[in-house]
Design a binder for this molecule. Sequence first.
Ligand code: SAJ
Length: 421
Amino acid sequence: MKTICVVGVGYIGLPTACMFAKSGFKVIGVDVKKEIIDNLNKGKCHIKEPGLDELLKSVVEAGSITFDVKPVVADAFIICVPTPLNSEKKANLDYVKKASESIVPCLRENAVVILESTVPPRTCIDVIKPLLEKSGLKAGNKFALAFCPERVIPGRILVEIVDNDRIVGGIDEKSTKLAKDLYKSFVKGNIFETDSTTAEMVKLMENTFRDVNIALANEFAFVAETVKINIWDAIKLANKHPRVNIHQPGPGVGGHCIPIVPWFIVETDVEHTPLIQCARMINDAMPRKIISILEKIVDFSKKPVISVWGVAFKANTDDCSYSPATDIIRLILHKGGIVRVHDPFVEKYEYPIMTMKESLKNSECIVFMADHDAYKKLDPKSLENMMKVQNVLDTRNIIDLDSWTKAKFKVFKFGDKSTFF
Ligand code: SAJ
């Protein structure tokens, strides 16, 4: 049986490792965090993702996966570690470099090394290849090296990891073929072949496409306010055109990827990326726009209590990475407001998570941030008489004006006339 060592068992590495284990490989999941490793070996999952708990338990019980703090000799290595932004808005490749170095003593002839972490173009060739060649083996000749970006969306990872089409780019044709063969074991989508630098750029282009389009939707929302039209209706109508797909405006762009990845293109070519840089600035400024609306609803000099609902970066996840809600909370506190937080998914957060009822005590406004289904389905009547003043600010167009008005709420919706002061 072939062995695969997956270095980094976070929200991409762990599902990937489990899928390979389920497909008949012997898998070793590696992470520097000993506590995570101990729990994973007991079948305890540290990532909330539909179906992942069960999948992990089944492969641990079957003995097809184990976890350790260091890589071991294996037929294939898959690197799935984070690439955060540094203070200069450039990719911090420290984790990727450390992961590559940790593989060196375990690298043998004919092994396949695959990078899944998102990186600036040419990282495989210019950074990973020389590091791995410290083993004394020549990349391409003696071992394969390829980039295979992940494309899954949190909340649907186990579905998309199987069904989505993928891109595989090797440093040479043999590397591409060997990497593709590996993924074929569980990927049902097409696997398209290219070279490593094209594959690296493709991943950055996908996320940047989304960021720029969200920025466009946000910019349209500002103009809609100037001409006094409802942006949500206008977008719906524009999207009736067969070749138009305008994204949704909102309180900002969060998550591990979209707010970070466009900067990897910018660092590669700052001169030719004014659009990408501008989109980033527009999206980063959205929390300030929401606060400027909130300032018209409550009087910050009187230290109002504000209930911030939905602190995850998007709908139906517990992930709060780079969540615009965190920026909004900081801005409210800075203005002198008092914040009470609710989120049905989030357990750990930098501010205490409360029940709906607790978070409404003395509150002068609910601010809906993440568009969780639970909020969309909420009956506003169940919240009557719990607040000091029944204001609600909807930043995502998720609540129904009529039912909330009937329940005696004053409804403010970003992007419609209720917030054109
Ligand atoms: N958002 C908007 N308006 C929209 C869409 C999203 O404001 O119309 C906001 C969301 O609320 C969220 C942020 O943007 O705060 C990002 O959400 P998302 O759903 O666009 O993306 P992620 O980060 O969950 O996943 C993305 C996906 N990439 C693309 O859609 C190109 C996913 O397929 C990638 O695997 C993932 O990034 C990644 O890891 O790169």
